[in-house]
Write a protein that binds this ligand. Structure first.
Ligand SMILES: Cc1cc2nc3c(=O)[nH]c(=O)nc-3n(C[C@H](O)[C@H](O)[C@H](O)COP(=O)(O)OP(=O)(O)OC[C@H]3O[C@@H](n4cnc5c(N)ncnc54)[C@H](O)[C@@H]3O)c2cc1C
Ligand code: FES
Ligand code: FES
Length: 1347
């Protein structure tokens, strides 16, 4: 064997052969691609396999089946050494703007499927890999393909819309046929045919993009697999041994070598997909010095049929298992393959495709995770495991309750390996069902999972044997021995079911403080999931056992949600034919950077080429929520090779260690008392990122705990911990009098949890000191370049004119990169100045979440008076917001929240108080909606409260109270051009609310365990800050002698399409096509003193500035135009140049006429309002709390949209982010302030699977807005609240379930986020009734709700 040993890594990247004898086994493929080759198209979004931004295609030659296999993989987890003998394709390898775009790149761009573009290369590569394997995929394949990809901006709909055009279904529709043989409508637009849109006809031009322009996909044109890898198997035969500084990588090629290695290194880690180990190494700081990769050993990866069942090599990847078992299911009689079917069904909910491509079943077993999805199935069926060691050979053991000896420990000996798993065939009397409940259906870890394996006496309903296994109920997968022993011999009926419930409760105890929390939900789920299996098996038995009968309505407890059809329509005003072709305004043109997003050419902060001598900084942050720092000792870190410096408060002049955006209540470096985890203590500067990260973890910090640790709003109220008490009070009229005199008064409260921004690109900065005069360039992913320059200048003692902060684009911001980018930029800039070298830093996802804070959780108490019809007469409210450790923007957020407490309803008399709660959490900040969604949620909760009380449909109640033209808000603003009623009527009509209501009621009657619900939710969003100084903007327009135009302004592009819109404004004003206009970046040395890009205002502010600058140019060119009316733009420009006319101009906007005086209540709070309405239909599973969104209809008034495609994108993306806030995204904290939700594994954003089945968006036509540029309206934030329509539709469905189960339909509170746990527990029934809330004080809860 010796002659085949190699220590040189060989693989191919985009067709180019890489031969590397200096590779470090600790490097991931992503690190290698980005750092060694600067192939920066592949992005780092999380580093834990949860976001898909790093997706690349891995190709290999399958020598047995003689075919090339293409797999999507996560480059962030794939060890680069694992690439030996394989070919990797990155987004750069499939097309570029310089050569030719690949159709997957072209279609996502043209269908408006990119906004910030940071997720785009990963999505492109997932789609590309699918096409390489199946050039004509089905729609279902598309859904599966994107399970492992996240996008925070688009809401996914446009991506699916663009990629639909690759599918078989699309082609058939194009041909006028449907898959099921039904005749289609013959229109090329298929389901999007204008004639099919909601029963109305629409202008055929009213489409956001034209599919006929797509380049046809020709799979024969794809790059070929490297012939060398196909022809020769030399790399497959090599016993690879690569030694790094701390890790040695072995890739044996036969079992003998593997067993020998395991004998020699019993502590060695076997790594197959690295999807467990990679996460352990990165996030749990585990160090494994010997890694063995067994993937080339035939016995370890082969899947074969044997008498005992299917033998699966322990290192066989799930993707291979899936296709093998599917074949078996097709080949064999149904009764033989019931376990296979459970495995396949479960795999659909197991991680994403990238993980399933590489992760192995054997690894899943050996990891022994208590929430493994495979273990319950394998354990309930007591599969056989084959173990092997060098000295003792083979042995077989059963995977039963004895296999795990403790948390993630097994009976497998250190020198042994798991070599295979035998999954048995079933017979006609044996049934197997498995279930999983997670926070999000796709790509999420289980809360509880279960498998039930029952064998009956032949052809009877008498139980011969029953084995059930559960995950998520203990430190390991557990079975129920009592249920097994006590149910044998009993008939399968409701009586036995009750017995089973009793034994399951006995065998599945759960400590109320057990990790994972959700005590009552998990307990209820065990019985609910078993009940689902009971129903499913009853339905199976019903087929041949006459006395078993199952009510049709109960079938809804078995079936999953119907698969979605993905329909959508977008309505907007099409520009008239008379509009000049060159005039781009109001046309749905694509995002200026869309092609660059899709090809990976778009440069984000960390993609900026390395500077000479560059260093990397890794932050050292507090791990305590409230403590005194006793000592900070970086000596061990500083002694490491490659470490240069520990930057800290010692590098600052006396008194300079302060910062804060509007209030100077924060420190740059915390060195005395820490008041939250994640506060920056210092930073390790090293030659590279990996060294800096390792070293930072070696900085020793001693703390002394301080008390109290205030985490929740309840804690803050208890400890009277406020920044100001109260912070804000608004009074209009005498509310006490109204309460005294009103026919009805109700009191209530609601809680709204926080939200993590989860911009796909984390905070990043590069500081580059220049050689002269203290000049410095700061490349920062910030929404606030000027504010950053200001504070940097102040802290560094340098004039602002020497610091240029430059921002090209952000991979999403959502408010999180306004003040928070400063926290990262300051230490980096200080280190750069100190060392006089460029310094870079990009936060890891978990750091970003812990350091930067997010949306404020709110607790709102209300009291409301109304008459017999439900007309609101007055209200009072107390708003408590969880601000975290510093004020940041919290007072402004609170003001904004309070002024949106009425949402779209006229509340004539109010008394509102707001409290800024000071807690030991990261400091919360701006987040799309700026407090308003939280307050509006309270408004809708109140409305629903009244509706329940008066027993009326909330829709009638809302209609009655809706604002009308001329109404005056409680802060004295008269509503002009108020279109909320128009939006309302149009939305209800398009959605066919009343027809749908009948359908929902019918459905609910016919289905016992699934219920549907509807909602109609309005939003009235105030645009502008009542702080006039923030309402200013500048622009600089440069015209060159060739007629090209360069546009500078102060607004940062972060996916909202600002640059595109500004180019459109300039195009209209200068009367030139957009191709002549270019934007580069935002830079404080071009346009000074800019307002941060926030509050949806960037088009309003910068648009006017750009317009004014362009107008000046236009005026200067007017004489030339008049003198030569038939001339061209270029000719006029040239002529003006020769006449020495200035061809550059600034434009400035600062003359808005509004502002509000909080003392007197006088003035105008907002510039204008953006109105919108959403209707929604959902379905819930009352046994699990799962839900599915069937349809959503949105109508918004955006005035005369500058770009309907971008605006529709903002509406859809905002809506989906609101869906996340109100339903899916739950931040979980320990009672001592530790955030348990630090990445996509535990914090669930909406995914592709959450797209509403039908998703229609209309921009209200025939409306204008005199108060913004070209009559447009701001759009970024207003749609977010409409996402709450989902929660209110869910509430409607819960009411139906409660009514059916005999509980008061209105007597429950549904706080936000309405997670599956809250939904299930609100659907009270005989299962939930079995469990009681544990006595507070008798246990220490694992988590607390911060709201
Ligand atoms: C984003 C993401 C989503 C996930 N989703 C799910 C999910 O939905 N459900 C779920 O159950 N899991 C999930 N996981 C966990 C993980 O993917 C699975 O456990 C997977 O099966 C691990 O396979 P691997 O080959 O990548 O493991 P590796 O990281 O390569 O190895 C895992 C462990 O198994 C040991 N091991 C491997 N093979 C052997 C052997 N033959 N003998 C002895 N020991 C061995 C290794 O030493 C190591 O300790 C997810 C992980 C990620 C990152
Ligand atoms: S960066 Fe790899 S999955 Fe997120
Ligand atoms: S476009 Fe997908 S994350 Fe921004």
């Amino acid at each position: 064997m010796e002659e085949f040993q190699s220590s040189v890594l060989v693989f191919f990247v985009n067709g180019k052969k890489i031969v590397d004898n200096e590779v470090d086994p600790e490097w991931t493929l992503l690190f290698y691609l980005r750092n060694k080759f600067r192939l920066c198209g592949t992005k780092l979004g999380c580093g834990e396999g949860g976001c898909g931004a790093c997706t690349v295609m891995l190709s290999k030659y399958d020598r047995i089946n003689k075919k090339i296999i293409h797999l999507p993989i996560n480059a962030c987890l794939a060890p680069v050494c694992g690439m030996h003998g394989l070919a990797v394709t990155t987004v750069e390898g499939i097309g570029s703007t310089r050569t030719k775009l690949h159709p997957v790149q072209e279609r996502i761009a043209k269908s408006h499927g990119t906004q910030c573009g940071f997720c785009t290369p990963g999505i492109v590569m997932s789609m590309y890999t699918l096409l390489r394997n199946s050039p004509k995929p089905r729609m279902k394949d598309l859904e599966v393909t994107f399970q492992g990809n996240l996008c925070r901006c688009t809401g996914y709909r446009p991506i699916m819309e663009g990629y639909k055009t690759f599918t078989e279904e699309w082609e058939l529709i194009q041909n006028g046929n449907r898959l099921n043989g039904e005749q289609g409508n013959g229109c090329g637009m298929g389901d999007k045919c204008c004639k099919l849109q909601n029963g109305t006809t629409k202008d055929p031009e009213e489409v956001l993009f034209n599919r006929n322009e797509f380049t046809p996909y020709d799979s024969s044109q794809e790059p070929i697999f490297p012939p060398e890898l196909k022809i020769s198997d030399q790399y497959d035969k090599q016993y690879l041994v690569i030694k790094g500084k701390t890790v040695t990588w072995f890739r044996p090629v036969n079992l003998e070598q593997l067993l020998q290695l395991k004998k020699q290194f019993p502590d060695a880690k076997l790594v197959v997909g690295n999807t467990e180990v990679g996460v352990e190494v990165k996030f749990k700081q585990m160090v494994y010095s010997v890694i063995i990769q067994p993937v080339l050993i035939p016995e370890m990866v082969a899947i074969t049929n044997t008498e005992k069942g299917v033998r699966i090599g322990a290192s066989a990847a799930f993707a291979n298992i899936e296709s093998y078992l599917k074949n078996e299911i097709n080949r064999l009689p149904e009764e033989k393959t019931r376990i296979f079917k459970s495995v396949i069904d479960m795999l659909n909910w197991f991680a994403g495709k990238q993980i399933r491509s590489v992760g192995a079943l054997g690894s899943n077993i050996m990891t022994g995770s208590p929430i493994s999805d495979m273990l319950p199935i394998l354990m309930a069926n007591e599969v056989t495991l084959e173990l092997q060691s060098r000295d003792n050979g083979k042995r077989e053991v059963l995977l039963d309750g004895n296999f795990f000896t403790g948390y993630r420990t097994t009976i497998v000996k250190p020198e042994e390996i798991l070599s295979a798993i035998y999954i048995p065939y079933t017979n006609s009397d044996r049934y197997c069902y498995a279930y999983k409940q997670a926070k999000r259906r796709e790509d999420d870890i289980a809360i509880v999972n279960a498998a039930v394996n029952v064998t009956f006496e032949p052809k009877t309903d008498i139980i011969f044997d029953i084995n059930v296994a559960f995950g998520g109920m203990s430190y390991k997968t557990v079975t129920s021995p009592k249920a097994r022993s006590q149910l044998k011999g009993l008939p399968w009926n409701r009586h036995t079911l009750e017995l089973a419930f009793t034994h399951l409760q006995e065998d599945l105890p759960l400590d109320p403080g057990a990790p994972g929390g959700m005590y009552l939900y998990r307990k209820s789920l065990t019985l609910s999931l078993f009940f689902k299996a009971f129903l499913a098996i009853s339905a199976d038995l019903e087929k041949y056992i006459p006395h078993i009968k199952i009510d049709k309505r109960e079938l809804s407890g078995i079936t999953s949600f119907e698969s979605k059809e993905y329909k959508s329509a977008q309505y907007f005003t099409v520009v008239p034919n008379t509009q000049e072709k060159s005039d781009a305004l109001q046309r749905p043109i694509i995002h200026k950077s869309a092609y660059k997003h899709a090809t990976g050419e778009a440069i984000y902060c960390d993609d900026i080429p390395f500077f000479e001598n560059e260093l990397y900084l890794f932050l050292v942050t507090s791990t305590k929520s409230h403590a005194k720092i006793l000592s900070i000792d970086p000596s061990e870190a500083l002694a490491m090779e490659g470490v240069l410096y520990f930057v800290s408060d010692k590098d600052l002049d006396e008194g300079n260690n302060v910062m804060g955006y509007m209030h100077h209540d924060e420190k740059i470096f915390y060195t005395d008392i820490v008041t939250s985890q994640g506060q920056v203590i210092g930073g390790i500067v090293a030659t590279d990122q990996l060294t800096a990260r390792k070293a930072a973890r070696k900085v020793k910090i001693e703390y002394e705990d301080r008390h109290p640790v205030i985490v929740t709003i309840a804690d803050a109220i208890k400890h009277n911990s406020y920044f100001k008490n109260p912070d804000i009070v608004i009074v209009k009229g005498d509310v006490e009098k109204v309460f005294d005199e009103a026919p009805h008064v109700l009191e209530g409260e609601c809680h709204i949890g926080g939200q993590e921004h989860f911009y796909l690109e984390t905070q990043a900065v590069v500081a580059v000191p220049k050689k002269e005069d203290q000049e410095m360039d700061i490349y920062s992913a910030t929404q606030a370049p000027t504010q950053l320059a200001e504070i940097l200048a102040q802290v560094l003692g340098i004039q602002q004119n020497k610091i240029a902060v430059k921002t090209k684009r952000l991979g999403g911001g959502f408010g999180g990169k306004e003040t928070k980018s400063i926290i990262v930029a300051l230490p980096v800039a200080i280190a750069a100045v100190k060392l006089n070298r460029p310094v870079r830093c990009m936060l890891d996802r978990d750091e970003d979440i812990v350091i930067t804070g997010g949306r404020h959780p709110f607790y709102i108490k209300y009291k409301i008076a109304f008459n017999n019809e439900g007309k609101i007469l007055g209200a009072s409210g107390q708003f408590y917001s969880n601000c975290g450790y510093s004020l940041d923007l919290s007072p402004l957020v609170l003001e904004h929240a309070i002024t949106h407490f009425q949402n779209s309803y006229n509340i004539p008399v109010v008394r509102l108080e707001g409290y800024t709660c000071k807690t030991n959490l990261p400091s919360n900040t701006a987040f799309r909606g700026f407090g308003c969604p939280q307050a509006m949620f309270a408004a809708e909760t109140m409305l629903q409260h009244i509706a329940d009380y008066l027993n009326k449909d909330p829709v009638t109640l809302s209609e009655l109270n809706l604002y009308k033209e001329g109404d005056v808000t409680f802060y004295n603003q008269k509503l002009t051009n108020c279109t909320i009623d128009k939006c309302w009527n149009e939305c209800i009509q398009s959605f066919k609310y009343f027809e749908k209501r009948k359908g929902v009621d019918n459905f609910n009657r016919e289905n016992r365990y699934k219920k549907r619900g509807l909602s109609v939710i309005p939003t009235t969003y105030g645009i502008g800050f009542p702080l006039p100084f923030l309402y200013q903007a500048g622009a600089l327009v440069l015209v060159y002698t060739d007629g090209s135009v360069l546009l500078h302004h102060g607004g940062v592009e972060m996916g909202q399409g600002l640059q595109t819109k500004m180019i459109q404004v300039a195009s209209r004003c200068l009367e030139i096509p957009i191709e002549k206009i270019h934007t580069v970046d935002v830079s404080t040395d071009k346009v000074p003193n800019t307002t941060a890009t926030v509050a949806s205002l960037s088009s309003d502010l910068n648009g006017v500035a750009v317009l004014r600058a362009c107008n000046t140019i236009k005026e200067r060119l007017q004489p030339y135009k008049e003198a030569n009316p038939k001339g061209t733009w270029e000719e006029w420009v040239k002529k003006a140049y020769f006449d020495r006319v200035s061809l550059s101009s600034t434009g400035y906007y600062g003359d808005s006429d509004f502002g509000y005086n909080w003392e007197t209540g006088e003035g105008q709070m907002y510039n204008y309002f953006t109105y919108g309405v959403a209707c929604c239909e959902v379905e819930i599973d009352t046994l699990t709390g799962d839900h599915q969104v069937h349809s959503v209809e949105i109508v918004m008034d955006l005035g005369e949209s500058l770009n309907p495609a971008i605006d529709v994108g903002q509406i859809e993306g905002g809506f989906m982010q609101g869906y996340g806030l109100f339903v899916l995204e739950e931040l979980v904290y320990s009672p001592s302030g530790t955030n348990y939700t630090r990445g996509p594994g535990s914090y669930k954003l909406p995914g592709f699977g959450n797209i509403p089945g039908e998703f229609n968006v209309s921009l209200l036509k025939g409306v204008s807005n005199p108060r913004a540029v070209y009559s447009s309206k701001a759009v970024g934030e207003p749609p977010l609240f409409l996402g709450s329509s989902i929660v209110f539709a869910i509430k409607d469905a819960i009411k139906a379930a409660r009514k059916k189960n005999g509980y008061d339909p209105g007597d429950f509170r549904l706080d936000s986020p309405a997670t599956s746990a809250k939904i299930r527990m609100a659907c009270q029934d005989n299962i939930t009734a079995k469990f009681k809330e544990p006595e507070p004080g008798t246990f220490t809860p694992w988590n607390v709700l911060v709201e």
